[in-house]
Structures are given as C-alpha cells and as structure tokens.
Design a protein around this ligand. Structure first.
Ligand code: CDP
Ligand code: MG
Length: 673
C-alpha cells in the first residue's frame, strides 16, 4: 500500500501545516490513548478481530471503541488489504467530531488520512483510509457501488441505537459480504478481498447481532467504572426544566469540583434552560464556582459543538446541556454529575397525517443506565434523576428498534429506491411481519409509486426523496397536477402538528364566535387551511393575540409554519412547482384524495360510515365541522377509538374522485367487505 503511515509523534511537516497538535498536547493525547480500557485489551481484541470475518464488540461508553479500534485496524494491513475502513455513526455530529479527534490522534490533517462524509459535506480525499460516515451515507454509497469496493473493513458503530438506517445498513452489509465472498472483481479488475465487518455497541445486548451474522463472536471489553450514587425526586416533577435548573444550582453550591451533564430532549428547551442558567450565573455569590454553560444538540454548528470538549478552568464549573447525543456517541471528559430528565425525542409514526414525527417520550432503562454511567467514568459520581424511583421498572428495558415502530410503506419505498426489488428476501435484523411488508407493497402500487412489475417508477422516485410518508408525499405530487401545491403543503404541515384547536367553551358555555368564523363548510381540511393562512398573515406580534381570540394553540401553529417551510424547501429541491389554486377548493381536496384515498368512507343505511377498503364502521367525531351535516362520502385523516370508532379531520368528497384518482383501488371494484 502506498499511503504514508501516520507517525505517532505527528512530526511530518504536512501534519503540522494542518494545525495539528504537537509537543505537550501530543504527549497528553498519547497518555490518554494508552490508558483507555480498549488499549489495555488491545492484544486480545485484535486476535479476535483477525480470527473471523465478522465480530461484535461490546464496550462501555468512553472506553475507546470509536476512536481507537479504527486506528488499530489501520495498523494491520492483513485486515484492510490496503482498502479503506468505513466507520458508520447514526449521528452527523458524532461523525464530524470523532473523525476530528482521530485525525488529531494520528497527527494528520483532518480530511487526509482521516476524514468524514455526511449529507451535504465531504471532508475526505484520495488519501483517506479511515472514513467516518453516517449510516445513511454508506447506504447511499452502496446504491452506487453495490460491492462497496473501496472498503476492506466496515465498522458499524452505535449499533445498539437500532435506528432505521442502522438496521437497514446491517441488512445491506450482510448482502455485500455474501457477494464479496465470491472473489468478485472491482471496476479495475482487481479481485476484492472478503469484506470484514465489526459491529460495535455500548449495551450488553449482543446476541441479536451475533445471531444475525451467523454466530459471529462477541468480544466484551469491560471498562473501569466508578460507583455512581443515585438520587430521585420524591414527587413527579411538573416542570422538569425548572427542576433541572435548581438541581444544577444546588450541585454547584454544594458538591465537590466536577462538571455537570444535563440530559434534555431537544434544541428548544436546551436553549431555554441555557438562558435561565446564564441569567442565574451572573448573580451567583462569590464563594461558588462560576458557571460555564455549553449546549450540545445536533443542529448546533460544528465550531460550537467543539466547545463542550474544552477543558474547564479552575474556579469554574462546566454545565453541558445535551440531547441523548451525549448518552453513548460522544464522551465528554470531566463529568462527575448527571441530571437526567428521563425523556428523549423518539421518531414515531403519526397516523393522522402519515408523517413520521419526533415525539417526546420516556427513555428506556438501558438509556437511564447509560446516562447515569456518564458520571462515573473518571471518578465516583452522582446522578440526579428528575423522576421518581418507582417509574424505573415501568420503563421498557431496551429502546424498541425504530424499524418496528415506524410505518413500513416508507421503509419499503426507500428499499425500492436502493434497488432492493425483492423486499421479502431482504435480511432484516428484526423481521417485520410478512403481511405488513406485502401490505406496504400493495399500498405503494396503489399510490402509483411502483409499476406492474413492482419496480419503482418516476412518481415513486420523487416520493422516496420527499421527507413525508408515501401517502402524504403522493398528495404533493398530485397537487402539482391540480395546481395547488401551496395549499396542500399548508394542510399537510397542519396535519403534522398536534391539534391546533383548544376544545374549550368560554364560561357562558357559548361558542367562540371568532373561532366559529374560521370553520369552512367543505370540511376540516379546508378549515385547517384557513387557520394556517390567517395565522400566517398576522405579524409575529399580532399572532399571539390572534391565537388567543380564536382559541388556537400558538405553539402548534408556530410548529406548523416551520414544517411548512421545510416541506416547501424540499418541494423546490425536487423541482416541484409552487402553485396556488386560490379558491378552487376541489383541486385541494382532489390532491388529498390522491394520497389518502385509503381513508375514505361512505354513509351506510344506518347513518354510520363504512370505510371502502376495510369495511371498518365509524362515526364522525363531534369536533368535526362535518358533524352537523354528514355528507355521503368522506375523507378522513385520523381514527380515534373511544366508546365508538370516530373519524377526525373529515372532509366531504365526491365518490367519482376515488375511481378517477385512485383507479387501482377503486375503478374496478369498490370492495366493502
Ligand atoms: O466509542 P467509545 O464510547 O468507546 O469511546 P471513544 O469515543 O473512542 O472515546 C475515547 C476517549 O476519547 C474518551 O476519553 C473521550 O473523552 C476521548 N475523546 C476526546 O477527548 N475528544 C473527542 N472529540 C472524542 C473522544
Ligand atoms: Mg463510540
């Protein structure tokens, strides 16, 4: 192999030109590297890795898996065969920061020997041998190069997170391994060596991965950890941001030196707590440490993210406010105290709109353990849980794989876009039920995303690239034809948020007149559109009053406006034209029918409704505009089961639209069962 080996002392001139650490910083890096648990287990670990094509490594967070193992593997040419090492990460942030760290450790300029690739950003070159990339990026590379011929070793990191992309990648990689065993040649006619795979995980549940890779050996590297004292709240916290603030202030006042890591759910509240703490910080008495508040979430610009790794000067205490990024994918030194909200954002399928949504939900026990563990890496620590102790046993043991919680038609569409035509034979690590996959295929065909042979067509390719579930994405494509993309995108954005209406009546039991004026007789969808348009027409200042007057949830509206912006941007990127139909509301309803036709029902003899495709009986929800004057045929977006089955977000549609716009399902046979 031709590439120059990184020199341990980092003294090459090229390296120094890149602003690479030298002298004492180098020594410090070497000292830290040698003392990591992974370094102490190096010999045994490398023996195992050499022995088998695939191997699973389980090690405590911070033990050195991500930063060290790629370097060890790089040193052994019998493993790489001079090809690249790809290390995947579920998070963009981790890919960037870890690759920078490894570049530092190898004493080379970032982007040369060690680089990274994430969407819209590629910091790698011809010389790159260790490449960090998101799972999604490697999946994309596998579409272009199905043999992954540039790689000798693939390391799938953070596998315990079980994100949709990681699970996909595991299946894809297994297929590539199979191909590579047959001594295939790359584009230049060189015979490719078998593809080595190393799966790395921070939690102990290894058997799933081992079984999936035909009994691959599991290597445990037990890190050294210190005891962590646990504290719980006595009562459930009503406002955990407030509770978090007081906990931090108390730690700062009473506890020995050491930094604090606070786990929250997302950018918005991290920023809010950041502000709250900084205000307090300026008023602290002289005898307590100064607070140095730093934030860590995915959307933070890289330079700012780096601030969390800076050392804390004496007399100050670093307070890191983070999302679950800091759970296992990034290790921050110096943390002695952890404050855990017990919550995180989880991607969950939103049946109302067919949109995947990030929902705040309680964490799993394995996550609670990981979070606490961050306090005991360098010395004994303390973990303050902002929930009661009896909550613990009710939490799920492990995070449920994303693959099993999301709607599958999106997954199947993505697989098709990756040229996996035979979905049923795809090796899923956790197999979704076969019927679920078949139903998804049927739906995609009915949505015109697949041709008669089950292959992806142009409509399907566009849908696959739109950040919405297939049914909703189909509405956007239909809207372009109907000339109403602007209106349809607004409605889809409204459907993607929580309910915007407060269901209250004022003290006299009177209807809110202002609100009532927003109702549109055509149905709830067009009512949502009117709400969106009137809200958008308000100035930022006026919008709050407007919401109050109409009993509309301001927070939900702000979110809808944001989602609408994102959707609009995606549409433009895909070359979908923005058009308005003004008052031609049929066009809007038709575009919704083209995507959501499965959710249509007609009035039965008894006055109840029956869903065309499933025969499901239902009633219009009293909150719907359509409740007073039920039409013949309806389209709805959500089913709520209470004493009866209720349909919410209901509009009146024409029966003929169904056979015209969803001909595969409705033209030949309307099949009430
Ligand atoms: O992957 P794993 O959680 O096992 O550990 P790692 O990410 O390889 O981290 C090993 C060590 O490198 C830890 O002590 C980290 O604090 C340190 N590190 C660092 O100081 N700066 C970084 N940007 C990344 C890691
Ligand atoms: Mg790691």
């Amino acid at each position: 192999m031709t590439g120059e080996r990184a020199r341990a002392d980092g003294s090459t001139s090229r390296a120094n030109a890149g602003g690479v650490p030298s002298g004492s910083k180098r020594d410090e890096i070497d000292r830290v590297r040698k003392s990591l648990p992974i370094a102490l287990a190096k010999t045994r670990l490398m023996e195992e890795i050499r022995k088998s094509e695939t191997c699973i490594i389980i090690g405590e967070t911070g033990s050195g898996k991500t930063t060290q193992i790629p370097q060890y593997v790089y040193e052994d040419e019998t493993l790489t065969n001079g090809l690249m090492i790809g290390v995947t990460q579920p998070r963009r942030v981790a890919a960037v920061s870890v690759s920078r760290r490894v570049a530092d450790e190898t004493g080379t300029e970032h982007g040369k020997l060690v680089g990274y690739a994430i969407r819209f950003e590629d910091v790698s070159s011809e010389e790159t041998r260790i490449k960090f990339l998101t799972d999604g990026m490697l999946l994309r590379e596998s579409v272009i190069d199905p043999l992954l011929s540039k790689y000798g070793v693939i390391m799938i990191d953070e596998a315990h997170e079980r994100t949709l992309q990681t699970d996909f990648l595991l299946g894809t990689i297994k297929g590539v391994q199979k191909l590579r065993r047959k001594s295939v040649e790359d584009a230049r006619g060189r015979v490719l060596p078998p593809l080595r795979v190393i799966v790395m995980s921070a939690t102990l549940e290894a058997s799933t991965f081992s079984k999936f890779f035909d009994g691959a050996p599991v290597v445990y590297s037990r890190g050294r950890t210190f005891p962590v004292d646990m504290f719980y709240t006595e009562e459930p916290e009503e406002d955990y941001l407030d509770a978090a603030m007081w906990t931090v202030l108390q730690i700062n006042k009473e506890e020995a030196p050491g930094d604090v890591l606070v786990f929250l759910t997302g950018q918005e509240e991290i920023e809010t707590l950041g502000k709250m703490l900084r205000e307090r910080a300026s008023k602290l008495p002289a005898n307590v440490p100064t607070l140095n508040v730093v934030l860590l979430f995915a959307a933070l610009p890289p330079e700012e993210q780096m601030r969390v790794f800076e050392q804390t000067p004496t007399g100050t205490r670093k307070i890191v406010l983070a999302t679950n990024i800091a759970e296992t994918s990034l290790t921050i030194n110096g943390i002695r105290y952890v404050v855990d909200s017990g919550l995180s954002k989880m991607r969950t399928y939103h049946p109302r709109s067919g949109v995947d949504e990030l929902l705040v939900s309680p964490i799993a026990q394995s996550q609670a353990q990981q979070r606490a563990g961050r306090a005991g890496r360098e010395a004994p620590g303390k973990c303050f849980r902002l929930y009661t102790e009896d909550v613990m046993p009710s939490l799920p043991k492990y995070v449920k794989p994303e693959l099993l919680r999301t709607n599958l038609s999106g997954v199947v569409l993505q697989l098709k876009a990756m040229n996996v035509d035979d979905i049923l034979s795809f090796p899923f690590i956790d197999s979704p039920p076969k019927e679920a996959l078949l139903r998804s295929l049927e739906l995609l065909y009915a949505l015109d995303a697949l041709d008669d042979e089950g292959k992806l067509n142009d409509v399907g390719r566009k849908m696959a690239r739109f950040p919405l579930e297939p049914m909703a994405a189909r509405c956007v494509i239909a809207a372009e034809k109907e000339g109403c993309t602007i209106e349809t995108l607004a409605i889809l954005a409204m459907l993607s948020t929580d309910s915007v209406f407060y269901f209250s009546r004022d003290s006299n039991g009177q209807k809110n007149v202002a609100r009532h004026k927003l109702m549109r007789k055509e149905g709830d969808h067009l009512t949502l559109l009117r709400v969106f348009n009137e809200f958008s027409a308000c100035s930022a200042k006026r919008s709050r009053d407007w919401c109050r007057e109409h009993e509309v949830n301001h927070r939900a509206m702000t979110k809808a406006a944001k989602i609408n912006e994102q959707l609009t941007r995606s549409a433009l990127t895909l070359g979908i034209k923005l058009k308005s139909c003004d008052d031609n509301f049929d066009a809007v309803l038709r575009s919704l029918v083209a995507g959501f036709f499965m959710n249509s029902a007609s009035k039965d003899m008894d006055g109840a409704y029956k869903v065309f495709t499933t025969g499901q009986k239902l009633t219009i929800h009293p909150s719907s505009v359509m409740f007073q004057s039920p039409p013949e045929t309806i389209l709805f977006n959500e089913l709520v089961r209470t004493s009866k089955m209720y349909a919410r977000d209901v509009s009146s549609i024409k029966r003929s639209w169904l056979s015209e716009l969803a001909s595969k399902t409705f033209a030949k046979r309307a099949r009430p069962q």
